[in-house]
Structure formats: structure tokens, C-alpha cells
Design a protein around this ligand. Structure first.
Ligand SMILES: [Zn+2]
Length: 378
């Protein structure tokens, strides 16, 4: 037991030293000590933790003996490790900490929510960004587009952190916020894009903006107001012909009326015998405000985004589509992928290929904003 405690203590000192070295080695970057909290697992009944030199502490800061790999299970009042219940367990490793086999930098904090275990990964913001790049785009894209992605992801993360200061975590690791799968897919180009833009964020009138972005706008970016109702002067929508060079910009999809009816009913809509679907009103940016569905119960009108959610965001890739019904099947033909607000990732890629700098790409998609470097004492 004493040996084990000594090992934990020594590992703790090593981890501390390692973190100090990491911080000092990045001291040339702006604001290297900014951290971010990301929910990487939610609603789990069990979570495995592994890695080199894993140590654990409980909610009061005292050490908990662990011999990784360990499995933490959900309990009624807390997370259960080796038969003991804890309100919170925080794991750190000598290098990356592995959660369900995936490596993450920083620490992993396990606690209970109503529906199971939630794992929050707390790590340095700049390290989070390096891991994120290849989840959102590919670091093999032209470097100016990768740098633009680094800036907007940093901006987005800091805006969310301010908005969710008192929450358990700041960001989801899915498309709900920004896709993040840990540090396994870090590479030198992602690193370069993050360090060459270290600490840089977009501001409007001195405040960090809500830097929404999406995969492909299909020709025109969307006004934030049309999607979320809030008018943001730097996100009124711009023309973007650049993403049209991507062959996947135009999409087609077939959905049977029966499948559509099943999905509508599952989402609580009172339809029966769906016989037709037609586009409703379009907004100023060319996207559908609503969709009209006919069934024996009359007409049902769904908002464009609501329709995508019901049928599947991956099936109906955008709200810029036409639809015709033939042989019991709705045939969709559309442009773009995603909500369309803010930077268009495929457009940004093309602009970078055309020789534009990341600063020019950013000011194009977020007009009126300025690039600002965060200071150490922020
Ligand atoms: Zn575009």
C-alpha cells in the first residue's frame, strides 16, 4: 500500500512537472494557460480509463488508488470505482489519458448526470484546437484554410466558455458545437496552423463573436437571424461561389413517403397517409423557411431546420432544395451541407487555393470583424 501511495505521489509530481514543461515550452504563444472543458462522453453506464501513470483524485482533492486500466460504473449517487461511490473522480496521466480507448490531453473528470456518467475533458485551449482541426476539416488542406479554421474554432470555443461559465462543461464534442475526438489525430500541420495563429480571435466592437461555421453553403451563406432569430451584424450572409468547385456541393436524395411519415410520427407530428411534400416559402438567402406536407389529416407545415432534424441532418443536407414526388417517393435535389451560417469550410478551402490569406478569408465570411490576439493576463 505504502509503495502504491509513493508511486501515486511520484507520478503526481511527474505529471505536474510535465504540465509545467508543456506550459513553459509554449510560453511564446499568447494566452497559453487558457483552458476549456469539453464533454467527451455522456449518458454512459460504464467508462474505461487507461494510460501510462494514471492517477486519480476525488472531489475533495485527495488521491484515490488506481491500477489502470479501470472501469468506472454509474451509480445512484455517484460514479463507482472498486465498490466505492464518488461524487467526482478526476484522472490524469503521465502522457495522454485514454477514455474508452481514445487518448486525450489534460485531465478527464467523471461525474454523474441524470442519465449516466458524463466525462469532461479539461485541457489547454491551444491543445484542444490542434486535436480538433482534423475532426472538422483536413489539415492537408491549404494552410491558410487550416489557419482560418484554427481561429474560428478558438473564437467559437471562447464565446461558448463565457456563455457557459457556470455549467459543468463549455462545449459538446459533436456537431452540436465542434467535433472533437481527442489528440490521436493531431499532426504537424494542425500544430502549425494553431501556433501561427496563437491566441488570435475574431472580435466585433471589442467582443468575441459567435463564430458559427459550416461545411458548405452551396453558393450563399445564411444570415444568423434566419436560423436562430438573433440579428448579428457580422453574419448577415455573403455570396460564396467558391464552394461550388466542390463536386459534393450539389446533392440528391430519395426518401419514400412511408419513411417520411414514420419519421414525422416518431417526432410527434399528427400525419397519416402522407401523399405529397412541397417547398414552402424561401427566405432572402434562398433557403426554405418551411416545408408543406399533405396527408389525409390535411396540411402540416414544418420549419426548414425542423424538417432536416426530423428526417435526418445527414439525409437532408441543407434547407436549399427542391422536391418532387414520384411513385411514392420524394426526390430531393439541393445545394450545400449544414446550416450555412458564418464561414463556409469548402469555400474557405477554395479561397486558400486561390491565394488568399487566412485574414482575408475571415474578413470575407465575417464582415466588419477584426482579428485580435488574446493577452496573457486576460
Ligand atoms: Zn460556400
Amino acid at each position: 500500500m505504502r509503495k502504491l501511495l509513493l508511486r501515486i505521489l511520484l507520478t503526481g509530481i511527474l505529471v505536474g512537472l510535465f504540465q509545467l514543461i508543456t506550459i513553459f515550452s509554449e510560453s511564446d504563444a499568447a494566452a497559453p494557460s487558457e483552458t476549456i472543458r469539453v464533454a467527451i462522453v455522456k449518458n454512459a453506464s460504464a467508462v474505461t480509463v487507461s494510460g501510462d501513470g494514471v492517477i486519480a483524485t476525488r472531489e475533495n482533492g485527495s488521491a484515490v488508488a488506481v491500477n489502470a486500466p479501470v472501469t468506472v460504473r454509474s451509480g445512484r449517487d455517484g460514479v463507482i470505482l472498486d465498490g466505492t461511490s464518488y461524487r467526482r473522480l478526476t484522472f490524469a496521466g503521465a502522457s495522454a489519458i485514454q477514455i474508452n480507448g481514445k487518448p486525450y490531453r489534460g485531465v478527464a473528470e467523471l461525474s454523474m448526470s441524470d442519465k449516466g456518467i458524463v466525462v469532461v475533458n479539461e485541457l489547454l485551449l491551444e491543445e484542444y484546437l490542434v486535436g480538433l482541426i482534423n475532426c472538422e476539416i483536413s489539415s492537408a488542406w491549404p494552410i491558410e484554410a487550416v489557419k482560418a479554421q484554427a481561429v474560428i474554432a478558438r473564437t467559437y470555443a471562447l464565446h461558448r466558455r463565457d456563455a457557459r461559465k457556470s455549467s459543468l462543461y463549455h462545449l459538446e464534442s459533436s456537431v452540436m458545437d465542434q467535433v472533437y475526438e481527442g489528440c490521436e489525430i493531431e499532426d504537424s500541420r494542425a500544430h502549425r496552423a494553431v501556433s501561427e495563429t496563437a491566441g488570435e480571435v475574431l472580435v466585433y466592437n471589442g467582443s468575441i463573436i459567435q463564430a458559427f461555421y459550416h461545411s458548405n453553403c452551396g453558393g450563399k451563406t445564411e444570415a444568423a437571424e434566419n436560423v436562430w432569430g438573433a440579428r448579428l451584424p457580422y453574419m448577415m450572409g455573403v455570396d460564396c461561389l467558391y464552394c461550388l468547385t466542390n463536386p459534393t456541393t450539389a446533392w440528391e436524395q430519395k426518401v419514400s413517403l412511408q419513411e417520411m411519415e414514420d419519421k414525422l410520427r416518431a417526432a410527434g407530428h399528427r400525419v397519416a397517409g402522407v401523399s405529397d411534400i412541397r417547398p414552402g416559402v424561401r427566405n432572402s438567402r434562398g433557403r426554405l423557411k418551411n416545408i408543406v406536407i399533405s396527408s389525409s389529416r390535411g396540411e402540416t407545415v414544418l420549419g426548414g431546420d425542423q424538417f432536416r432534424k426530423v428526417i435526418g441532418y445527414g439525409v437532408i443536407k441543407s434547407t436549399n432544395f427542391t422536391v418532387t414526388v414520384k411513385n411514392g417517393e420524394a426526390q430531393f435535389a439541393g445545394f450545400g451541407n449544414g446550416h450555412g451560417v458564418g464561414l463556409c469550410q469548402w469555400g474557405s478551402k477554395q479561397r486558400a487555393l486561390d491565394g488568399f490569406l487566412y485574414t482575408e478569408i475571415l474578413s470575407y465570411y465575417y464582415p466588419g470583424t477584426e482579428l485580435k490576439k488574446l493577452l496573457e493576463d486576460r
